[in-house]
Design a protein around this ligand. Structure first.
Ligand SMILES: [Zn+2]
Length: 181
């Protein structure tokens, strides 16, 4: 028995009630699809705080909900594979555990143990989610991979765990049509 046994029971309940057409690959994809990028923190669950249901949106999660090369590649792959344009919502949150990466003693110990770069880790810390979400929206919009045939818009938000409310920091912005090489 593990924590997962309880989830398997919930899965059987889900399978018994789900409308299977929600799980089938649609014959035609919508023109645009929502993609949420957020933190792995269990309190930051899009099905909970956004009510994201089956088939509603793609969800990418990593530590902090940060934009990096892997996230950019995944976004491009999803858009190309499904043949949709994505509306990407980047959501950082208050009380993020990545804040520990701003503490030099912890960060150096972790960098040594994991064989990672100290400066790279420092840049991952979300201590001011309003600032980091702005930074990450700019990182997406500045990437040649995020051309507007793949990405319809990018927006930035902060989930405040003190109130449960999401605050929009960067309204949806369309990427540029073309990029200079
Ligand atoms: Zn977090």
């Amino acid at each position: 028995m593990s924590e997962f046994s309880e989830l398997l029971q919930r899965n059987r309940e889900f399978a018994a009630r789900v409308d299977l057409t929600r799980l089938a690959m649609p014959a035609a994809m919508p023109d645009r699809l929502l993609l949420v990028l957020t933190c792995v923190d269990p309190r930051v669950e899009p099905a909970g705080f956004l009510g994201v249901g089956t088939g509603d949106a793609g969800v990418l999660r990593n530590v902090g909900g940060r934009v990096d090369a892997r996230v950019r590649e995944d976004i491009a792959y999803i858009a190309m594979r499904l043949g949709v344009r994505l509306d990407v919502a980047v959501i950082h949150h208050t009380q993020c555990g990545t804040g520990m990466l701003a503490e030099p003693t912890f960060r150096r110990a972790y960098a040594d143990r994991a064989g990672l770069d100290d400066a790279g880790l420092a840049a991952k810390a979300v201590t001011d989610p309003v600032a980091t979400v702005r930074e990450d929206v700019a990182k997406l919009l500045g990437s040649p991979l995020m051309s507007n045939d793949l990405v319809a818009s990018v927006s930035g938000h902060v989930l405040r765990l003190e109130t449960g409310l999401v605050e929009t920091v960067v309204e949806a912005v369309a990427p540029r049509e073309t990029y200079a090489a």
